[in-house]
Design a binder for this molecule. Sequence first.
Ligand SMILES: [Zn+2]
Length: 356
Amino acid sequence: MRPIRKGVKAGMSNKGNQWTACLLAGLLLTTALQGTALAAEQKGEQAEKIQQEITQVDKELQDTLQTMQDLEAELTAGMKEKEKMKGEIAALEQRIEKHREKLKERVKVMYEKGDVSFWEVLFQATDFSDFLERLQMLSMIVEQDQELIDQLRADQEQLKVTKAKLDAQQKARRAKQEELRKTEQDLQAKAKNLKGDLAEALAAPAEDQMVVEQAYQNYTGPQFIQSVAGNGSYAWPVPSSFAISSGYGMRGSEFHKGIDISAPIGTPFVAVADGVVVQAGSASGYGHWIVIDHGGGVTSVYGHMYGNGIYVSTGQTVRQGQVIGATGNDGYSTGPHLHLSMQSGGGYVNPLAFLQ
Ligand SMILES: [Zn+2]
């Protein structure tokens, strides 16, 4: 962080006291900034570590959910398979029952009541050997019936064994599912805790930032003249006033993205550096504004003017120190002042770090 030095610029009475006040403010601010920079760095590292842990836990969670999904599919398939087997076992039972009935009927007819066709078959024998052949054939029919029943019974037994295996498999799957549910819950809880830690780690530097901004607010009242050394090469925008009525940083619940330099309505202000006007006209919140692009990703924004306080137009090239407008009291503003914002590298920066 760039060290900030404060000094008296010009045209002030009671210089000694103000110098002391500014110096004190500068020292306090420098200490606060250094402390905050260190704390912010440590917290940044901590946040990064937590973020890595979150990524890891999220990955584990994704893997667990994927495994659970696969298992769910296996359980569903297993259930369908079981239903199919149950149906097959029942169908086999029906077939066995049917063949048993048939056999029972046949045997009853053959040996108890006497079956006409059975005796007919035998009596139609042409000789004794033919008779024996026919008798054998008839008992073979009975035998085949029995064999078929035995075969069906064996198939059914086999199916029952397979189904029992499947039952055991399904039971193991359900146990695994229960285990995965617990793992998932643990991981969710872990992720939630880590996200809480991260939010805390990220929120803390903002609190520190507020302390620094508060230091600005406390020690840069309008009675003090501000000057920032550093590498600032940009011109002070209001040559006739150095009074900052509101600093860069937290202001109540919102972040003030610039500095307010109080000056009576109609006070001329200048471009802080060479550049090209990219906006000049009305803007929401600013009343009217001018935006200058200085190249290298640096832009300056001047706000709260009246429409007739804009002396430049879009596309115009301006020089550092050139008068570009006059202060007003337009837009969300509490008193006549020039609002100055500066952007660098795509974000707002404290303009004091850029100004001479
Ligand atoms: Zn402002």
